[in-house]
Design a protein around this ligand. Structure first.
Ligand code: ZN
Length: 457
């Protein structure tokens, strides 16, 4: 066995289905999830002879928007190409895609990991293509057929490809989480992996670091690459990467070179399995799509799209911390989803008039397990906070508060159940407090508010 170290070299390909109303090259609805199979089809997306594709302008715009959010350079000229291969989910025998001139190239996304405060992951390209039909293999019955659902055929799909700058499963997950947030902020896709809106393909190889080239740390890439196809969760990406690092290391330590191939992730056996030997790009015989004219992209168009890009998570976190004097930790939690961030800021405006600070609102939103933005409007939240503040200041005496605290201490199981979301135990606790008060009458709502406040500490 050779005594060598290995450095993982990881790149990612991410497919994102756009949430446009219609498909990429026809007017069939694009939101196919949960619909009766083969009901959203027409001659174009069924690949019938003579049917002509007509590109979806909104989809192109969304693709450029993603490219811009990832700091890509936008090409001023592009055209669609045919990527030829045979597979039952591809009725035309080719997929319309972009190869030579993607909409975006040379971008980046900075991430923060446990190893590095700021690391730049370069984006090689962002291009527009169409989704394939979906193959369905029923399991658990006698049916030995496979079925094809063409509802997905022709749904707008954006492919994002990174340079192999990722060095661990952790970094891959951080990158993907951040990318998913950006895409959701842009509003161009739900990026819901369970629904197949976002599909992930890591490629992994190991560079050997011998005593000599540790010093050199050459940027030369390994002479093989293993791609793991179509993973639909961040957790599986992490597992697949870690599994591949182990597997390839063992092969390299024997002095052999892993086979260049495509593998799949088996989430029952928790391992990757060989699927096919990797095709090179030239096997697809790309050529320009003759039925769609080339696309010119001028500066005004790009500027217009830039204006539509909202404040993205990173900027928002910085601003929240600075403007509202929040910790980066809190700012990050509030900025995870745009809806939460918007809710918070709406609350801040209302709260300011009532001398409730942004920090108090943030605390309530982050630490209060009963807080639900779907059932409480920001104005209601502020009202609740005011009520709580007033009641506690004006009526509850220290002595009564101590009694309520004792009741919580005496009923740890109920307190824990409440902490776990069992709100109904509050009734039991109010009863216990009344007993403890030995006939002294206090407004039950006030007891409830005080209990809630103490339980949430
Ligand atoms: Zn169609």
């Amino acid at each position: 066995m050779k005594n060598i170290n290995h450095k993982p070299i990881i790149g990612l390909e991410i497919h994102v289905e756009l949430n446009t109303k219609t498909k990429m090259f026809c007017r069939c609805p694009a939101k196919y999830f949960g619909e009766e199979p083969n009901t959203y089809t027409c001659p174009v997306c069924l690949g019938l002879p003579g049917a002509l594709p007509y590109p979806n302008k909104t989809a192109n715009e969304y693709c450029v928007m993603i490219a811009l959010a990832l700091q890509c350079k936008i090409t001023d000229f592009s055209y669609f190409e045919r990527k030829n291969y045979f597979y039952p989910d591809l009725p035309k025998g080719y997929q319309i895609s972009q190869y030579i001139n993607p909409f975006g190239i040379d971008g980046y996304l900075n991430i923060k990991s446990s190893a590095q405060d700021s690391k730049r992951i370069r984006i090689r390209r962002v291009h527009m293509e169409e989704d394939t039909a979906k193959l369905i293999h029923p399991s658990g019955n006698q049916d030995e057929h496979s079925y094809i659902d063409f509802n997905r055929s022709g749904v707008p799909l954006v492919e994002i490809v990174t340079e192999p700058d990722i060095a661990s499963a952790e970094e891959a997950k951080i990158f993907l989480t951040k990318l998913q947030r950006i895409i959701r902020y842009l509003g161009v896709s739900d990026a819901d992996m369970e629904k197949g809106n976002m599909r992930l393909e890591p490629n992994i190889s190991l560079r050997e670091l011998t005593t000599e080239n540790i010093k050199l740390d050459t940027e030369k890439l390994p002479n093989y690459k293993v791609e793991v196809k179509n993973i639909n969760s961040f957790r599986f990406v992490e597992k697949a990467i870690n599994y591949e690092i182990e597997r390839q290391m063992k092969i390299l330590e024997k002095g052999e070179i892993p086979v260049q191939e495509t593998r799949g992730w088996d989430d029952i056996k928790n391992k990757t399995v060989s699927q096919r030997i990797k095709e090179e790009a030239h096997d697809y015989r790309y050529f320009p799509e003759p039925d769609i004219p080339p696309i010119k992209i001028d500066k005004t168009y790009v500027e217009k799209i830039k204006e539509k890009i909202p404040e993205l998570p990173d900027e928002k976190i910085q601003r929240f911390a600075k403007e509202y004097l929040l910790s980066f930790y809190d700012s990050e939690i509030l900025a995870r989803e745009k809806q939460t961030a918007d809710y918070f800021e709406e609350g801040v405006i209302i709260g300011l008039k009532e001398s409730i600070t942004p920090k108090q609102i943030a605390n309530r939103m982050i630490n209060d397990k009963t807080f639900n933005p779907e059932t409480t409007l920001p104005a209601q939240l502020i009202e609740e906070m005011l009520l709580l503040k007033k009641d506690i200041l004006e009526v509850i005496t220290d002595e009564d508060k101590k009694k309520i605290e004792t009741v919580i201490k005496e009923n740890p199981q109920a307190a824990e159940a409440y902490g776990n979301g069992k709100m109904q135990v509050i009734g039991f606790l109010i009863g216990a407090v009344n007993k403890k008060l030995q006939g002294k009458k206090i407004n039950p709502q006030l007891i409830k508010n005080t209990l809630e406040m103490l339980l949430k500490k």
